[in-house]
Design a protein around this ligand. Structure first.
Ligand code: GLP
Length: 238
């Protein structure tokens, strides 16, 4: 067998398994054994193992020693539109929520000050939340606002959606954002808050949001679990 034939066999197995996942298997459902797949697809077990290795590396499946191979929990795929976390979740038929909401007035510091056109010593209201989808922790978020732009935010009850609160309570409407996405591993505290093992991969998203007059409204740092979140891009040639 040539190496090209071996590659195409393993691709075929992989496509077959991907199809099984998209067309019927649910998250955490068990895949057929390597032997069964090999028999059905008339390839050897090594070819099946190679295809499953690839799918495992991409996070589509996971293996449990002695128990078999299972379909991973679906990632929430995010398109590049300016949406709130709540909108993201609803678009995926998941119930948005937050837990452990902490709100305080703090000095802006260098990074937030720069993003919000404030001096590092100016006050900001900082809202720290663990964001959930169907009660599963997905994102750790710290959002900061110039204290003068959100008077009393720190005293009131924060609703489920900050963007809704900003609009209804302060007339602040987010229309555009600059966003940077970094690959990180979670430290122990972040991992504990997100209910996932330490050193798991994650996205750190830094977002500065602007209103219609290009005034910065919010600077937020959000840490998304890599196993629960992905980005979807539609790209075209210039
Ligand atoms: C996203 C953004 C945050 C923003 C949040 C608002 O997660 N990265 O900057 O604060 O959406 O979401 P919600 O309106 O659900 O609170």
């Amino acid at each position: 067998m040539t190496s090209a034939e071996a590659a195409s066999k393993h691709e075929r197995v992989r496509m077959h398994v991907e199809q099984m996942i998209t067309q019927g298997l649910s998250p955490h459902e068990k895949l057929p054994t390597e032997r069964d797949l090999a028999e059905t697809l008339e390839v050897n077990r090594q070819t099946v193992r190679r295809a499953l290795d690839d799918l495992e590396r991409e996070g589509a499946v996971y293996r449990m020693q002695g128990a078999g191979t299972f379909v991973s929990a679906a990632r929430i795929s995010k398109s590049f539109e300016l949406t709130s976390f709540s909108e993201d979740m609803r678009a995926r038929n998941m119930r948005p929520g937050s837990k452990s909401v902490e709100v305080g007035v703090e000095a802006a510091g260098q990074t937030t000050g720069y993003a919000l056109n404030l001096s590092p010593r100016d006050d900001v209201v900082r809202v720290r939340r663990v964001r959930t989808g169907d009660d599963i922790p997905i994102c750790l978020e710290a959002s900061s606002f110039a204290a003068g732009s959100v008077p009393g935010l720190e005293d009131g009850i924060i609703g489920d959606s900050l963007y809704d609160d900003l609009r209804s309570r302060f007339g602040l409407v987010a229309v555009r954002a600059d966003q940077e996405i970094h690959a990180i591993v979670l430290d122990e505290a972040q991992a504990a808050a997100l209910d996932t093992p330490p050193f798991s991969p994650a996205f750190l998203v830094k977002r500065t949001t602007y209103d219609a007059r290009s005034r910065p409204i919010e600077y937020a740092e959000s840490v998304y679990r890599g196993d629960r979140y992905s980005y979807q891009l539609s790209i075209s040639r210039p």
